[in-house]
Design a protein around this ligand. Structure first.
Ligand code: MN
Length: 354
């Protein structure tokens, strides 16, 4: 297992690489060119310089999260091939820098969605939270404003202001897109990517939708076991794989995550491991990583990853805001570092007892 943390890059992330390096067991970071819009070509020099920055700090650039997918590709519009060509060229340039893992998602219009980015808990910490009733009360046009108001001045991953300014146009693009069309557009995209993934040994790791059900009437296709297996079958190539995000899949209490992990043996390329606490139907908050603080059995999750032979890149996911730390919602240093330590402890115990 390669333990990593997400890092948003110079000028964007208030957490330094030096601090990340001091977290025991962390050997790499997952990062991106945070200034790039979906569909924009990545320059080789920019990728190289990002990699050098990470390596100078004594860490490995373990993967990219994310290379965002343009809406023309998701909707299968007449411009999709142009944007897939750009995506392929970006993948080549990333591969040439000896980076072999790409996390991406295929969610229409909105990325991960929360109703509250700093819900206070009894102990004085703050967490990201979701309440379906609160989301239902928000006009989709106001969703971006609601998220950015709470972001503490930081740009939120997947919530690019440039895209959100064209919200009406985006909704119009997805008007005719149902689950089946979205799935076939995903298959088309992946099929075109596979030759370059084979050439550069790049693993594509699709991130589950968050929450794992449709929001604002938009289809969502990466929500549970059946759909994940269907996506694996649609393009049956080991380079077409999954980011096993326990927190996203775990938004739906019906998802049995250890069972999903076992079913995806050989196709999990990246793991986001965090806990979530269900408080009522359609209502959850992002708890501390510890099993007893949330609804997921983190031991069973780590054990399933271990049992299927997963030894790839892992990162703690969102953490709580604790000890007065302010920063990007979900991405403070302190609670994620506690998460790393806990996951490393589980892993060591499982490994030594096996
Ligand atoms: Mn995740």
């Amino acid at each position: 297992m390669q333990m990593t943390m997400r890092w948003f890059g110079p000028g964007y992330d208030p957490v330094s690489l030096q601090h990340i390096r001091q977290v025991p067991g962390v050997t790499g970071v997952i990062t991106t060119l945070y200034n790039k819009l979906p569909g924009e070509q990545w320059e080789e020099s920019e990728i190289k310089s990002l990699k050098e920055t990470v390596e100078k700090a004594g860490l490995k650039l373990s993967g990219i999260e994310s290379v965002n997918v343009h809406d023309a590709i998701k909707t299968g519009s007449s411009e999709r091939d142009k944007y897939i060509d750009i995506y392929i060229e970006t993948l080549k340039r990333i591969g040439k820098q000896d980076i072999h893992l790409i996390c991406y998602n295929f969610m229409p219009v909105f990325d991960w969605t929360r109703s509250d980015l700093a819900k206070p808990r009894e102990d004085g910490s703050n967490v990201l939270a979701y309440d379906q009733k609160a989301i239902d009360a928000i006009n989709p046009d106001d969703m971006f404003a609601s998220m950015s108001r709470q972001s503490g001045g930081h740009t939120l991953a997947g919530w690019e202001p440039e895209r959100m300014a064209r919200l009406k146009e985006l909704f119009a693009m997805y008007k005719e897109i149902d689950e089946e069309k979205l799935l076939s557009n995903l298959a088309y995209f992946l099929q075109r990517l596979m030759p370059v993934c084979e050439e550069y040994n790049i693993n594509m790791a699709i991130h589950p939708d968050d929450p794992a059900w449709p929001v604002f009437g938009l289809p969502r296709i990466v929500t549970g076991k059946e759909k994940l297996l269907r996506i694996m079958k649609l393009v049956d190539n080991p380079h077409n794989g999954v980011t096993l995000c326990t927190g996203s899949l775990g938004t739906n209490p019906k998802n049995d995550i250890p069972d999903i992990i076992r079913a995806l043996k050989g196709r999990i390329h990246f793991a986001h491991v965090r806990n979530v606490r269900h408080t009522a139907p359609g209502v959850f908050e992002e708890s501390a990583h510890l099993s007893s603080d949330g609804s997921l059995d983190m031991f069973a999750i780590m054990k399933a990853l271990y049992d299927i032979g997963f030894r790839g890149v892992v990162r703690p996911d969102h953490g709580r805001a604790i000890w007065g730390e302010t920063g990007m919602p979900g991405y403070g240093l302190y609670d994620r570092a506690l998460g790393v330590t806990y996951l490393n402890g589980l892993y060591e115990a499982i490994d030594k007892m096996s």
